[in-house]
Design a binder for this molecule. Structure first.
Ligand code: CIR
Length: 256
């Protein structure tokens, strides 16, 4: 079987001006962000992803967060419509770069949807209703996924950026999550490992079964390791300053 792919972009100079809701601390160090991005890519490659860089010209501050502008389903790429206008220009370049390999669908006005709100699990899609993703965006996504035989389930998200800022999958049966941001009943058939007191939780399951965790998230690392998973850590401090985690820095063909 061929390796799953992870599509990534690069870190532009303008990344220093990326959107953030985090209280201002130190400024983003773009050179350090580029080093961390390389380390992140090395972790994905080491864990079994084939890496493809989409070197389409762009200068969008939030461009490295490629996950938000497209959703990959079986053979189909859904170009999203970000909830913030400053990110909408990122969408076309990614869609065009991948047009030869995927059937293209799109989320159209008045819908908004960001890939960070789309969690693919066990043949279903859980779509976060957040400050970035609205009901119409979820309705459009549900129609597209229904054409592919996939059910989309809305999940109300509160007090965080995206659904996947607070819940990600460790394997086909297990989730890791931060409490207080969504009603867990919606994930009734899954086992949830809860981690309190460490803010956002965004892990990335690697094809080799190990789990990539930010080096800043010590409690998450402990919970994941205690449950028997191999833990790989990477420092993404500069992306965390822009509300980013691990899944948002790549677009993967094996989600779901
Ligand atoms: C934004 O506010 O859109 C970016 N600064 C962060 C996006 C993070 N994306 C994600 O978690 N999927």
């Amino acid at each position: 079987m061929s390796r799953p792919l992870a599509f990534v972009r690069s870190v532009p100079d303008s990344f220093a001006r990326a959107l953030t809701g985090v209280a201002p601390g130190s400024a983003i160090d773009v050179a350090l962000a580029r080093e961390q991005h390389q380390q992140y890519i090395a972790c994905l490659a080491g864990g079994g992803f084939g890496i493809e860089r989409l070197d389409t010209p762009f200068d969008f501050p939030d461009g490295p967060f490629i996950e938000d502008v497209a959703v990959l389903l079986i053979g189909t790429l859904v170009s999203t419509r970000p909830g913030v206008p400053s990110r909408r220009g990122e969408v076309t370049g990614v869609g065009e770069a991948l047009a030869a390999r995927f059937e293209l669908r799109s989320i159209d006005p008045p819908g908004t949807l960001e890939g960070g709100d789309v969690l693919q699990l066990g043949g279903r899609i859980y779509a976060g209703r957040s400050s970035r993703t609205n009901d119409d965006g979820i309705r459009q996504l549900a129609k597209i996924t229904a054409d592919l035989g996939i059910e989309t389930v809305p999940v109300q998200v509160r007090d965080t950026l995206h659904l996947k800022s607070v819940v990600t999958a460790l394997d086909a049966e297990t989730l890791i999550a931060a409490p207080g941001h969504f009603n867990p009943e919606v994930f009734g058939k899954f086992r949830i490992l809860w981690v309190e007191g460490e803010g956002e939780i965004n892990t990335l399951r690697l094809p080799d079964g190990n789990v990539l965790v930010p080096s800043s998230k010590h409690a998450v690392q402990e919970v994941v390791a205690a449950d028997g998973y191999g833990v790989v850590t990477v420092d993404v401090s500069e992306f965390e300053k822009a509300d980013g985690g691990l899944t948002c820095l790549s677009l993967r063909t094996n989600d779901g």
